[in-house]
Design a protein around this ligand. Structure first.
Ligand SMILES: Nc1nc2c(ncn2[C@@H]2O[C@H](COP(=O)(O)OP(=O)(O)OP(=O)(O)O)[C@@H](O)[C@H]2O)c(=O)[nH]1
Ligand SMILES: [Mg+2]
Length: 492
């Protein structure tokens, strides 16, 4: 992290009692009173979108405070041996159960996991071990009224009834809790209904998981052109997209400066582009994905970016001529502040290096009144601008569920209609572009089935704004001798 808004302690500070950093200590206190956690044993973890909040190891669970909470990004945990934490408490160690929580979040789309050391749970496993039952790896319960607190299971409606049976897998213990990951994962696969029971009962934000044995779904490999609408431009070629990816990856991006005010910005002569939009529309997240690193702070809470932050890509080669500067701006609307807006407007009116302003519009919510105001400012100040639809995963894959071919087709039609509406707002008069670039790109910074959408198309547009895109050499045709008509057909 390089910006001056550096301390990630903001991730665990909130006045909202429902914030995971407040909720985990509060719940653990209750679990301790119930005997579900004992002293330093047990804990809990809550997932909010991609952020996972975890109780630490070694703390008295009834005395835990928000400052003791670890935070990590689920999508960044590629190597189980190198866990990357966004925020760590100064004392304490991460819980040994972290791999188990991660398995529950990724395999089952769980929203919350409770790690209990409940004496009742231990007692059940001991009874099972000594019972006459042939199946000692499954705890069954039925004919009990309280069972109605459990949902029927994965993709099933309603809750269990008095005569239904709840089956809970019991797995063999190991000396170290992290070594349980494999057997826990296997149990998750084998007992999808039971796992969904617990998800239903405890999840902060449940989302469903992919099917256990994925069928081939070729219709998910749609072409990049289906994610953009070009009414006045040509879509980039595959060479241009590949060049754009490479441009952003060849040199590591650099943090340049954070400026609260227009007059405190640094000067530079590289071309600049900026990301603008309502707060929470996904500007900083998109920038991080485009740059391939966590450079800008993101948050599910509105108004996270409070200053104008500049990053460079392309490196210092060729006297800075191959360099592009990208600015992440504070958002406007709910969560934004008037004084941030004033400074952004000054920047838009006065900055000579600005070659294109990218206006991000949430694909779910469309263009709002505040976006229209900004669009008219672009026209008035003659600022080149382009619209980007963010969070398109929410349109194409709502709830992160795999759609059927027909459902996906219908969602693409919805997306097309949204893009046409954006075009109407961006350039109502096709004859007069007023500075608008005649295209809308839809993208997603979140991965679905391991892929993000539209990122290279946005990269290409950024390079094109700065004149840094790949331009294939046009081969002129060799002039041919013109054969007279008579020579072919003779004189009639
Ligand atoms: N599903 C989905 N969520 C996203 C996407 N991009 C961002 N988010 C989420 O949206 C929230 C806001 O993202 P940010 O990138 O911080 O938004 P921002 O526009 O920079 O917000 P401010 O700095 O407050 O103006 C975070 O919780 C992100 O995880 C996306 O493409 N898809
Ligand atoms: Mg931001």
């Amino acid at each position: 992290m390089a910006s001056s808004e550096d301390s990630n302690d903001h991730l665990i500070k909130s006045t909202d009692p429902q914030h995971p950093a407040n909720l985990i200590p509060e719940l653990c206190k209750k679990f301790w009173t119930l005997g579900w956690v004992t002293g330093t044993g047990g804990g809990a973890s809550i997932r909010n979108d991609d952020l996972v909040y975890l109780a630490p190891s070694g703390v008295q669970k009834e005395l835990m405070k928000p400052e003791d909470i670890y935070v990590l990004e689920l999508s960044k945990q590629l190597d189980p041996k190198k866990r990357i934490y966004l925020r760590s408490p100064p004392a304490f160690k991460p819980s040994q159960c972290t791999p188990l929580f991660i398995a529950a979040f990724t395999k089952c789309g769980a929203g919350c996991c409770i790690h209990t050391h409940s004496q009742w749970a231990v007692l059940v496993t001991l009874l099972l071990e000594n019972s006459q039952s042939s199946n000692k790896t499954e705890f069954e319960i039925n004919n009990i009224e309280q069972i109605k607190g459990f949902g029927r299971g994965f993709q099933k409606q309603g809750n269990l009834g008095y005569h239904d049976t709840l089956r809970i897998p019991v797995i063999e213990n190991t000396p170290h809790e992290e070594d349980l990951t494999q057997s826990l994962s296997a149990a998750m696969d084998q007992y999808p209904d039971t796992l969904r029971h617990s998800v239903k009962a405890t999840a902060a934000k449940p989302s469903s998981k992919t099917s256990p044995s994925p069928k081939p779904r070729p219709y998910l490999n749609f072409p990049p052109s289906s994610l953009s609408y070009h009414w006045d431009t040509l879509p980039p070629t595959s060479e241009q997209l590949a060049h754009a990816t490479k441009f952003f990856q060849v040199q590591p991006p650099e943090f340049l400066w954070s400026a609260p005010k227009f007059h405190s910005m640094s000067f530079g002569d590289s071309p600049e582009v900026c990301f603008l939009g309502r707060s929470n529309v996904g500007k900083s997240s998109l920038l991080n994905v485009i740059l391939g690193r966590q450079m800008a702070h993101t948050s599910s809470k509105r108004g996270r970016t409070k200053m104008m932050n500049a990053f460079s890509v392309g490196g210092p080669s060729n006297h800075g001529k191959n360099r592009l500067v990208v600015l992440d701006m504070p958002g406007y609307g709910k969560g934004g502040r008037a004084e941030w807006g004033e400074e952004v407007l000054k920047y838009l009116g006065k900055r000579k290096q600005l070659t294109r302003a990218f206006l991000l519009v949430d694909a779910e919510h469309g263009v709002k009144e505040s976006d229209l105001q900004l669009l008219s400012l672009f026209k008035q100040e003659e600022i080149p601008y382009q619209a980007i639809l963010s969070k398109v995963d929410k349109i194409l894959f709502p709830g992160s569920r795999l759609p059927s071919e027909g459902a996906l087709e219908a969602r693409f039609s919805d997306l097309r209609r949204t893009m046409e509406k954006v075009k109407e707002a961006v350039q109502p008069n096709t004859e007069d572009d007023g500075g608008a670039v005649g295209e809308v790109i839809a993208c997603s910074s979140e991965k679905f089935e391991g892929k993000r959408l539209g990122i290279d198309a946005v990269r290409f547009a950024m390079l094109q704004a700065a004149g840094l895109e790949y331009r294939p050499k046009v081969e002129l045709a060799i002039p041919q001798e013109i054969v007279p008509y008579e020579k072919i057909f003779g004189t009639l």
